[in-house]
Write a protein that binds this ligand. Sequence first.
Ligand code: G6P
Length: 371
Amino acid sequence: SAAQKDGFDWFMRKEIYEQPKAVADTLLGRYDTDGSLRLDELRIPEYELRLIDKIIIVACGTAFYSGLVAKYAIEHWTRIACEVELAHEFRYRDPILSGRTLVVCISQSGETADTLMAIRHASEQGARVLAICNTNGSTIPRESDAVIYTHAGPEIGVASTKGFTTQLTACYLLGLYLAQVRSTLFGDEIAVLMAELERMPQTIQRVLDEAEPVLELAADFADQPSVLFLGRHVGYPVALEGALKLKELAYIHAEGFAAGELKHGPIALIEDGLPVFVVVPPQGRDMLHDKVVSNIAEIRARGALTAVLAEEDDEAIPALADVWIRLPKVSTLLQPLAAIVPLQLFACELATRKGHDVDQPRNLAKSVTVE
Ligand code: G6P
């Protein structure tokens, strides 16, 4: 009913707007004022976490994309090699696992059959299994050695939104916790990152408050047959997730690409008037930002209609973007928490305009409990 939806037209839209609170709830109680991270439910002893020499993240769908983002943060902060794999691929390829492997499975529902089979296989091979999950007492956390609950509250919309941003948040917490346990970051470095993470609910709120342009864009793009998404570094999984949302909800052909891969194929798809979303990394000392900016110039020269997600004060953008979706200033690794929000809203709004059932897209289930 409308009451359950708090006046929103869809559960999905309600859940998009719940993200500031959901992310705050994931963070709640996990960082002490004395400056140490506490993951009380993490029942793997610290000495074992110090011995871990490889992390494999397994998941499906949107949860897989949160894992792709996590890899960048976890490897950077902990220097532990981290792979990310679709659970159904992992399970059937005879992966190399040992007692020093940490398998992190990410699942909103905790019931996805492929993810469950993957962790059973990992446990049998002697790996430690840590679940990142939103559903208390579900099968996946029960069969794992440890769990970090995301505390996002029930997610009703089939397309995951607050599930994704709270999974990201839990992954950042896990990365920082491992960095603390293994001393790969100094305490004050962790403090700076935690302070920024704790500001993210407000940052997401700002993105929501300033979402009008993206809603208008959905009206403009409603009849487009195909939309591309480009990103680099952690913007790449954001592009993949933005494309997934559009496929799921609007039934539009949508594809995400790594911006650096453009020349190896995708650029052949660019033609006059093709809408392309581009996620631009924060301006900074690394070359990431400038490389993506030159990718925008390349596709624009070939007629693409560019909808660019970039920092609100990014001087390179006005000359290049047909539409500029302004993002608050955040550090590169945390940018996905803000950058995904306009793409969620875009897909929700476009599907609404097309008259689709946003909460129950055709052919999809909230939780895929068969292989
Ligand atoms: C289904 C849902 C997706 C979800 C995926 C993984 O495909 O429609 O929204 O991302 O399953 O689900 P899980 O519960 O394991 O995160």
